[in-house]
Design a protein around this ligand. Sequence first.
Ligand code: ZN
Length: 326
Amino acid sequence: MAYENNVNNLTWYPWLNNQYKKIINFYNKNKCSTIIVYNSINDNSNNLLCYAVSRRLICQNSNYYKFCNTCNNCILMSNNNYPYYYKLHYLTLNIQKIRDIINNINKLSLKQVKIIYITNIEKLTYQIISTLLKIIEYPPSMTYFILSCNNISIVPMTIRSRCVCWNMQIPNENYSIKWLQTIIHNKEIIIRTSLRICNGSPINAILLLKSKLWHSRCILLSQLSNALLKKNMLLLLPILSTNDNEIIYLLITFISDIIKLIKNTSELFLINLDSVIRIKSFLHINKNDICKIYKFWHNLIKCWYYLNYKNNINRELLILHLLVNW
Ligand SMILES: [Zn+2]
């Protein structure tokens, strides 16, 4: 189909087909003023899907799911020159920019299709959210608002209550493994582990396996073993300080697995399947330490949230506080 092969030379993923069709069906049945928030843990899939949907909405000769790729609008989109497709990144967005775009849109013909696509709306400031709210309350004609986020639960309710939330589904784990095995040549257990760490996203799983973080994960596991044995979490300070925030997330997965094993959960449900024997060896901890593990897990999640969603955080102090108070 046209949308599968021709999304501006970007790689299209087979598991997006169904979602794309459902979204187009939705647009065909609803007014264009309906605002959709696309919620996905994977930026790559989200971007692709939002772009493909935009192409279909902008096309002048669309045939249900397909965009023609030959009309004037399609040619402009292919060359990244369609003037009324505004892709706005949360980091470079400000109130004046939104107002300028809306002023510009209001001067255009009522029949002209306009798309305002804003990424990571969960990271927008309160002031920008307020401005956006006023606009989506009375949207300009023939203007589609496409909003994307990685975590719908922290998008303000004022926005969520005015939008339809589209949760992007992740493919079945075994299907993803088969697909990944055609691209990378790691052992199945490694691929499955990476996939679980990435909450089922095949694209993120590849990126993780190819990243420096995958190597840091081995060091993290050794240092965690040492820290638990010596009952001193400060031993984790060097590895947590010298890596980016994702290392905290990896630590959360290891501690989650320890808690699962303490609770006698089947090994099949662990995240770090490639490290089961190592993680089992941590279970020598006594009863007092079990309470500490629970508290540590809870504090780690809070720390992860602050590092990702709060501004002006002193990272070093936050991590130090976490490790001292375990
Ligand atoms: Zn077209």
